[in-house]
Design a protein around this ligand. Structure first.
Ligand code: DLL
Length: 432
């Protein structure tokens, strides 16, 4: 049930003591080894010795993705390149990727954290785990791989794509755990149906899904279609990759591995630290990483923290499911809209397929949101009246929940592009 009970269930006072000791050490390391941090500390009149309690974290400077870009490729590394044994990078939508480096100790930590994550999701030594996250510069594939090997599960390092072959191997090799993005899981379920394979013919039991926002309704959909239990895992390259936080079998928030990362929630505008329970931007400080430690990294992800000890016995603080990113948030006619809210409404109505896309245009001075949703083969060949009725139902429900009037267009099955990695849910054509 636990991979490392001593760490995962550590009493809070002991955990806080460990965090403080590690925080002091990382502050010292970045101050002396990373010019960016030395200057940022000096700008605030801070020296490493000023950090005397965990509360003092709030005085430290933030780090942003732009800071990593400005120091591309290796400027933020805190050790010489000769100590780096692995490099990963996140693609990013614009310009150069963000580069991160791992020392041998970092890889060891990452494997430990991914072993915890996969154990949370039901993986054991006896599991056969199919890793359909992309292998390469993306952290998903290799991150899950090392964690699964650490546990001693039988690893199928298939990477993303080649969907029919994935399903054939899943059946023939007796895969019990599937690790991929939630949107790829739903696509796998769709192709399985086309191949006339019933979930009962597979041995699949657990899904370890993350790397993109998904809703509780999407979880139900995947669990029903694949006949599995699905958990949400969270992470980002800048912090370590996957292995920052994971749901346990209680499926009530994601445990942040606090012996390695200190989380905060801030107001993205005022940058003030917010109390537990309040939603805002997640910020992490890595306290054990050697290659590229980061202080108060602004993730842009929106969540909230709750410190109550979980029924599973883990003491590490939980974060709520990510509801969106500050930079994914669409502001449409002044209303804040997250794609995951639309997803939730669509799946709740339930008469469409879980494939959708949001298209935003500016017509004259007005924003227009169009929601494309696929319907099933039967539905599409049905009477036009039925489709119109469904469009109206979705339109009205979106209006009631999101307070925005959207044009809903039902489209034929399989017309919205499928993703093998992170899904593209939004096309914003506005030139602002
Ligand atoms: O996506 C690491 C990862 C791989 C996590 C596999 C989980 C599983 P990046 O490519 O750097 O790293 O993207 C990080 O993805 O800031 C979030 O916006 C988003 N994200 C990751 N996990 C979740 C999740 C990997 N469970 C960015 N729910 C993050 C919502 C997620 N969003």
């Amino acid at each position: 049930m636990y991979w490392n009970p001593a760490a995962e269930c550590m009493p809070r006072p002991q955990l806080a003591e460990l965090q403080l000791e590690r925080l002091k050490s990382v502050v010292e390391r970045v101050y002396y080894n990373v010019p960016f941090y030395r200057h940022a500390f000096q700008d605030k009149g801070l020296e490493p010795g000023d950090i005397k309690s965990l509360d003092d974290l709030r005085y430290l400077p933030f780090t942003t993705k732009q800071d990593l870009r400005d120091n591309y490729p290796y400027g933020m590394f805190a050790v010489p390149l000769s100590e780096i044994v692995r490099v990963h990078a996140s693609s990013g939508t614009t310009g150069k990727p963000t580069v991160v480096g791992y020392t041998r100790k970092d890889l060891n930590t990452w494997s430990e954290l991914m072993a915890r994550t996969l154990t949370c999701g039901g993986t054991t030594k006896d599991s056969v785990i199919q890793i359909a996250y992309g292998y390469g510069l993306f952290t998903g594939g290799l991150g899950a791989h090392y964690g699964a090997e650490r546990i001693g599960a039988s690893v199928i390092p298939i990477s993303g794509g080649n969907t029919k072959r994935q399903i054939m191997l899943m059946k023939d090799f007796g895969t019990t755990v599937l690790a991929c993005t939630p949107s790829y899981a739903i696509y796998l379920a769709e192709v399985m149906k086309e191949m006339d394979i019933e979930p009962g013919e597979l041995k699949l039991k657990y899904g370890i899904f993350g790397a993109e926002p998904w809703s509780e309704n999407m979880r139900k959909e995947i669990e029903d279609q694949l006949g599995i239990s699905a958990i949400d895992i969270y992470g980002l390259s800048e912090i370590i990759g996957p292995g920052v936080a994971s749901e346990c079998q209680c499926k009530n928030g994601l445990h942040i591995f606090e012996d390695h990362f200190i989380p905060e929630i801030i107001d993205p505008v005022t940058q003030e630290t917010l109390p537990y329970g309040q939603p805002g931007e997640l910020v992490f400080t890595t306290i054990t990483k050697e290659g590229i430690p980061v202080i108060r990294y602004r993730t842009r992800d929106i969540s909230f923290l709750y410190p109550e000890v979980c029924a599973c016995g883990r003491t590490h603080i939980r974060m709520g499911r990510i509801t969106g990113r500050t930079d994914d948030m669409l502001i449409i006619r002044g209303v804040n809209v997250f794609p995951s809210q639309v997803e939730s409404v669509l799946l709740e109505i339930g008469e469409t397929e879980p494939h959708y896309q949001l298209i935003v245009d500016r017509i004259g001075n007005l924003d227009e949101l169009k929601i494309l949703v696929e319907v099933s083969e039967n539905m599409f060949s049905d009477k036009i009246g039925g489709l119109e009725h469904l469009e109206k139902t979705i339109h009205d429900r979106i209006e009631a929940v999101l307070n925005i009037s959207a044009k809903v267009k039902l489209v034929e099955p399989k017309t919205i592009p499928r993703s093998e990695g992170k899904a593209v849910r939004v096309i914003d054509n506005r030139k602002i």
